[in-house]
Design a protein around this ligand. Structure first.
Ligand SMILES: N[C@@H](CCC(=O)N[C@@H](CS)C(=O)NCC(=O)O)C(=O)O
Length: 213
């Protein structure tokens, strides 16, 4: 099989959820090609994109050599990370005992550490102070609480599930935008240590810098 027939298409844009997957693909050493979906111009609503991403959101992947060799597409960044972990056997432990913390912290990210800072990004853009205040306070408070949860975990573990895993890539996508949601990593020293360690990895650097738009 040539590299060309193994190349995964990554339909994405330069956002936290998009960066999770470019980082994972780089760390796993999988060949991939970026297919930008300009969400600022509504390209996520194109009929062709809907067929691989029925929720009209990036990221999504198309793997020409999926299970049983047949092509497959995957949407939802958490599902994509699990798929890629299964496919490669990397950053996703085989044993159920070791896998449990990966699933816990991946779900923690998907359910909170993404939706909450995402709302902070949204409310910061609301011009009218009275419209903005309640939402901004609520989501900024919850975002800081989540950073605190992560900080306590990383005080005990080098990475969220112990060894480096897809859960770290998921969380990194959002921590990468900490300035935008107005969180100083210095307030969370264990998160800062983890963030620096990840950013020192060449594959993470490539995943965070490759052009997605
Ligand atoms: N739960 C989804 C969320 C994806 C998501 O919110 N994607 C955003 C960019 S980060 C998007 O496509 N927004 C375009 C829109 O909402 O129309 C995932 O993790 O994949």
């Amino acid at each position: 099989m040539t590299k060309e027939t193994r190349t995964i298409e990554l339909h994405t844009w330069d956002t936290p959820n998009g960066r999770k997957i470019s980082v994972a693909l780089e760390e796993m050493g999988l060949p991939y090609r970026v297919r930008p979906v300009n969400i600022t111009k509504g390209e996520q609503h194109a009929q062709s994109f809907l067929s691989i991403s029925p929720n009209n959101k990036i990221p999504a992947i198309v793997d020409p050599h999926g299970p049983d060799g047949a092509p497959t597409s995957v949407f939802e960044s958490g599902a994509i990370l699990l798929y890629l972990g299964e496919k490669t056997g990397k950053f996703l432990p085989r044993s159920l005992r070791d896998r449990v913390p990966v699933l816990e912290w991946l779900m923690w990210q998907m359910g909170g550490f993404g939706p909450m800072p995402g709302q902070v990004h949204h409310f910061l853009q609301v011009k009218d102070e009275t419209d903005r205040r309640y939402g901004l306070e609520r989501y900024a408070h919850e975002t800081r609480r989540l950073y605190g949860v992560l900080d306590r975990r990383l005080e005990e573990k080098e990475f969220v599930a112990g060894p480096l895993s897809i859960a770290d890539f998921a969380i990194l996508g959002w921590a990468w935008r900490h300035e935008r949601h107005q969180v100083a990593l210095a307030d969370f020293p264990h998160v800062e240590r983890w963030y620096r360690a990840l950013n020192a990895r060449p594959a993470v650097q490539r995943g965070l810098s490759i052009k997605l738009n």
